[in-house]
Ligand binder design. Structure first.
Ligand SMILES: *Cc1c(COP(=O)(O)O)cnc(C)c1O
Length: 392
């Protein structure tokens, strides 16, 4: 079976994990977390970085910093992960779903004027699939109207837009090192703080609402509760894994990027040869302004049924491919946030119309060739015979 995704080099963490266990410091805020933070600070230009226990908690922290009140609105793409909308709701504000553009499948800046009201406070963008949004247009719109910008860069660690790293362009950036991402901590994430003025508040929020950091720095002689807060610190065990993964991050991203580009080159040629009304609409684009990190490679289908047929065909050929998340406006809990008259075209049924192909550093050229051949064979036979009948 060719797996959909496989973490690279997990065993390299064993000596570091042993070190943590022997040291006895298994909680948060230890030397492993400090090493991760230093690595990230050296690479990603931003005012401050906080290691967190997940990408979700980084998103939640970002919105908590904005003092949102009920009625405030945050615009985010309809094709997003539930954690994005949850972070808005948990901070007391209302999510407003924006359309995505059909090339990037990311927030379409052209849709922003129609959604902006006097209650809009922030825009949340998602750098889908390891590529980047059209940030110049989004940042210009936000700056003119005094809106915060949060980047969900969970897919886009080390991806760049016009030379700038994903997560460093808005007011806050959120990274995820979840076990399914490219560089893993098991569970873990990071909050990138791009405004000096937020550094102290974020520190207090993540230290359970205490003045712990000021106390440790000798700026106060009483360690106490000073504001609302939570605990965000990841365990040293997770951070030990992340230290070993960060040491290989460029190798991992480089390997994925190479495979991404092979998929891209090969499948665009295949799509060009496909008849106009063929089953596949498009695939992951190559964007002039983006250096992608190869997080995933997608094919977008006209109909969910054709995508399911390809998935069955691949599965029977020993290839594990996947669809992706149901767009928020079609999900059970998300429907209530649709505004009157709103239409979603690109996003319609997108969760079922997307197929993500296997992609991981360590995938062999032979494995990738097998996937490409299987996709082509399926396409040649569709719709005459179906994936069920034709599977070898
Ligand atoms: C994985 C993911 C998250 C959440 O990250 P966790 O570390 O799993 O909490 C948020 N947004 C997107 C787009 C993701 O893929």
């Amino acid at each position: 079976m060719i797996p959909f995704q496989k973490s690279y080099g997990l065993e390299k963490a064993l000596p570091l994990l042993e070190q943590v266990l022997l040291s006895g410091h298994t909680g948060g805020d230890g030397p492993m977390a400090a090493q991760c933070r230093e690595w990230l600070l050296e690479r990603l230009p931003c005012a401050d970085i906080r290691m967190t226990s997940s990408g979700t908690s980084a998103l939640e922290a970002a919105f908590r910093m904005m003092d949102l009140v009920p009625g405030d609105e945050v615009i985010l793409p309809a094709f997003a992960y539930p954690a994005d909308a949850n972070a808005v709701l948990l901070a007391g504000a209302t999510p407003v779903f924006a359309p995505v553009d059909p090339v990037r499948l990311m927030l379409d800046p052209a849709g922003l004027p129609a959604l902006h009201t006097d209650r809009t406070r922030a825009i949340l963008v998602i750098h889908y699939g390891g590529q980047c949004c059209d940030m110049d247009a989004i940042l210009a719109f936000a700056r003119e109207r005094g809106l915060w910008v949060v980047e969900d860069a969970a897919h886009a660690f080390l991806a760049r837009y016009k030379g700038r790293y994903a997560g460093t362009m808005g007011d806050f950036g959120c990274l995820s090192f979840h076990g399914t991402k490219d560089v893993v901590a098991g569970e873990g994430g990071a909050l990138l703080v791009n405004r000096e003025s937020f550094i102290e508040r974020v520190g207090s929020w993540q230290c359970g609402g205490t003045n712990r950091e000021a106390f440790l720095a000798g700026r106060t002689d009483r360690y106490e509760w000073v504001s609302l807060g939570t605990s965000l610190a990841p365990s040293e065990l997770s951070m030990a894994l992340l230290v070993s993964q960060l040491a290989k991050a460029d190798t991992i991203v480089g390997g994925r990027r190479r495979l991404f580009r092979i998929y891209r080159q090969h499948l665009t040629e295949v799509l060009v040869r496909m008849p106009e009304d063929g089953p596949i609409l498009s695939c992951s684009p190559s964007l002039e302004d983006v250096e992608e990190n190869g997080h995933l490679f997608w094919l977008l289908f006209r109909e969910g049924a054709a995508a399911s047929d390809l998935l069955r065909y691949l599965s029977r050929s020993g290839i594990d491919a996947r669809t992706h998340f149901v767009p928020l406006q079609e999900s059970l809990f998300g429907q209530q946030f649709i505004r009157p008259g709103q239409r979603f075209e690109t996003e319609h049924d997108i969760g079922r119309r997307l197929v993500r192909l296997p992609l991981f550093h360590g995938m062999t050229d032979m494995e990738q060739a097998t996937v490409l051949t299987a996709v082509e064979q399926w396409l040649q036979g569709y719709p005459g015979r179906t994936g069920d009948e034709r599977a070898p």
